[in-house]
Design a binder for this molecule. Structure first.
Ligand SMILES: NC(=O)c1ccc[n+]([C@@H]2O[C@H](COP(=O)([O-])OP(=O)(O)OC[C@H]3O[C@@H](n4cnc5c(N)ncnc54)[C@H](OP(=O)(O)O)[C@@H]3O)[C@@H](O)[C@H]2O)c1
Length: 261
């Protein structure tokens, strides 16, 4: 691999591409699915809310609605089989689905942390496990997984959410190491703050907040450029990447100062 070569193999042009977006009913997933549908890709849309998926599909004849709960691996496997049978293969699967709830140390309960990890971690891992054999058999295709900059280092109010995303970052890095030599693509998608139903519940001013449409554009451009890590908005993520390098004493001090928590 050349020093400056793209880290991922090229994707087909969008009008030839067959894409499955899991978590396509609202927010970042819905905006990305719409962008790809407008670009002419065939897009299968999954999430639990069938009515919202139908709204995202709109009048697009290149959209397929596949409602499911991705914590149920058997349903994911059945949808994966149906989509591949319909199109003869899949070029890209985006695992965008996730959830968030603020949690501080004194609010930690087993019930809440299990519920969050079930969606943000176990469902992501189990869905990947369903996809990999089919992609290996195809000998081509890519998986994109949405983590979060909250997984870089510990942040206040993100006690279990941050841990779930840190685990997803590590998982996706290892997935890349395994699958890249087999000719498959792996994208680690790292949004900063994006205005969606998920962040509408936040009670603080979110720095560098962008729209779901801007996030979708970043994701699509990043995949097209063959990047591994697609992080945005860069004015924010560059600061966080610098913070990642600091010794704990400085890191904790700066986080307290920035958040007041
Ligand atoms: N917004 C941000 O600032 C931000 C920042 C960093 C990372 N992220 C990550 O980006 C991803 C998308 O978040 P978003 O902000 O766009 O939130 P969102 O609008 O709430 O979208 C979440 C999506 O996940 C789906 N989903 C949740 N649980 C599911 C399940 N069990 N089975 C199938 N689908 C499920 C939801 O659909 P249904 O409810 O219809 O199932 C919805 O389509 C998440 O992984 C989130 O952690 C967001």
């Amino acid at each position: 691999m050349g020093l400056f070569a793209p880290l991922n193999p090229p994707l087909p042009a969008w009008p030839e591409a067959r894409v499955w977006v899991i978590g396509a009913s609202t927010g970042i997933g819905a905006a990305t699915a719409k962008l790809l549908l407008d670009a002419g890709a065939r897009v299968a849309l999954s999430a639990r809310s069938a009515d919202k998926l139908r709204d995202v599909a709109g009048g697009h004849t290149n959209a397929v609605v596949e409602p499911l709960d991705f914590t149920r691996s058997a349903d994911v496997a059945a949808a994966w089989d149906r989509i591949r049978a319909r199109w003869g293969g899949v070029d890209l699967v985006l695992i965008v689905a996730g959830t968030h709830r603020e949690m501080r140390a004194w609010e930690l309960t087993e019930k809440d942390s299990r519920a969050l990890l079930e969606i943000n971690l176990h469902a992501v891992i189990n869905t990947t496990g369903v996809l990999v054999p089919g992609l290996l058999a195809q000998g081509s295709g890519a998986i994109g997984i949405v983590a979060s900059v909250a997984g870089y280092r510990g942040l206040p109010k993100a006690l279990v959410y941050g841990a779930s995303k840190a685990a997803v970052i590590n998982f996706t890095e290892t997935l890349y190491l395994d699958l890249h030599p087999k000719g498959l693509g792996v994208y680690l998608i790292m949004p900063g703050f994006v205005k969606t139903p998920l962040t509408d519940q936040n009670d603080f001013t979110m720095p560098h907040l962008i729209s779901a449409e801007e996030a979708a554009r970043e994701i699509v451009d990043g995949m097209r450029a063959g990047k591994f890590e697609i992080h945005f908005p860069r004015a924010f993520t560059r600061q966080l990447k610098l913070l990642r390098l600091l010794p704990y004493r400085w890191y904790f001090h700066l986080v307290r100062k920035a958040t007041g928590l």
